[in-house]
Design a binder for this molecule. Structure first.
Ligand SMILES: NC(=O)c1ccc[n+]([C@@H]2O[C@H](COP(=O)([O-])OP(=O)(O)OC[C@H]3O[C@@H](n4cnc5c(N)ncnc54)[C@H](O)[C@@H]3O)[C@@H](O)[C@H]2O)c1
Length: 290
């Protein structure tokens, strides 16, 4: 199970004034939802949470109120497989706020033929433009052993797109990076069945139920429940959100075209574990004070 992490928080001035759009932010426990919460905490002026599902948008708005955030939180139904719908919303946001700063293409599902979580977006090549895009890829796009072929192919394509797009977008002052999560306890396993069919449903269920479903699925698949080693831990969605918000912020101003593996070391560790077997803890240094 995920370890208890101290909750680091962003300065409320980090993203002051920024207007953001997050796709796949409609589940009760997900990277998109956590990204919206992190954007609010970092002082964004407006966050547009979008998804096929609309059932959890109200609770996002309540969460903003609970932390006294002045961030305007809008929930919209958006199917990212529709380029038309996506561009319509981006146009609406830009008209409303006079700016559009941060884009998080994060929607996705597993075990299907096609992922379509990143639609092409045309960005005006105006000299005054700037912004940041953070794509949710996966370690499945780096290492084939984690998921099915279409998923891995789509995520590898997303990583390739980020590398190429960083050149294409440079002149417009727009950075693009990706995160590649390992296993994250989210609604993914339960929401995928709906998402595969493109169903627009109000996704019921609590965060606790989503967590129970996630770990129940892992158990049923015979996946490791042995969390002795750091790389075997399962991350929580807010850990992914922290990295996405960092990458979108000026703190990451020199990072461009990169995919950050956010897998607690799983990609490296899994192979090492197979070859080396059990890995002993590093012995502490014996240091004598005075
Ligand atoms: N959870 C993990 O272990 C893990 C690992 C690596 C990568 N990821 C990636 O993280 C991203 C977010 O997933 P999550 O784990 O937070 O799961 P999640 O199910 O909580 O969130 C994904 C959301 O995407 C939405 N969605 C799917 N297809 C859509 C479409 N066509 N249009 C709009 N919305 C759509 C779903 O309704 C769902 O709410 C996905 O791209 C996923 O592939 C997750």
């Amino acid at each position: 199970m995920a370890s208890n992490l101290n909750k680091p928080s962003f300065s409320t001035t980090l993203l002051a004034g920024k207007v953001a759009l997050v796709t796949g932010a409609g589940s009760q426990l997900g990277i998109g939802r956590s990204t919206c919460l992190a954007l609010m905490a970092a002082g964004a002026a407006a966050v547009y949470a979008t998804d096929l599902n609309s059932g959890n948008f109200e609770s996002l708005q309540k969460a903003a109120a609970a932390i006294n955030s002045e961030c305007r939180v809008e929930g919209r139904v958006l199917d990212v497989t529709s380029e038309e719908e996506t561009l319509k919303l981006i146009t609406e946001i830009t008209r409303e706020h006079g700016r559009f700063d941060l884009y998080f293409p994060n929607a996705g599902y597993v075990d299907v033929k096609n992922i379509n979580d990143v639609t092409s977006v045309q960005i005006d090549d105006k000299p005054s433009s700037s912004g940041a895009i953070v794509v949710t890829a996966s370690v499945g796009g780096m290492n084939g052993k984690y998921a099915d072929m279409p998923y891995c192919t789509a995520k590898a394509a997303a990583i390739g797109m980020v590398r190429s797009a960083c050149i294409q977008l440079s002149k417009s002052n727009i950075r693009i990076n990706a995160i590649a999560p390992g296993f994250v306890a989210t609604s993914l396993l339960s929401s995928s069945a709906y998402a595969q069919k493109g169903e627009k449903v109000s996704q019921a269920g609590t965060e606790e139920q989503a967590k129970a479903d996630f770990f129940g699925y892992r158990k049923a698949q015979g996946m490791s429940e042995d969390y002795r080693y750091y790389f075997e831990r399962v991350a929580m969605p807010e850990e992914m959100a922290n990295i996405s918000v960092f990458l979108a912020s000026d703190l990451a101003s020199s990072i461009n075209g990169q995919t950050i593996a956010a897998d607690s070391g799983m990609t490296e560790g899994a192979l090492a574990h197979e070859c080396l077997g059990g890995i002993p803890e590093v012995l502490p240094l014996e240091i004598t004070l005075n």
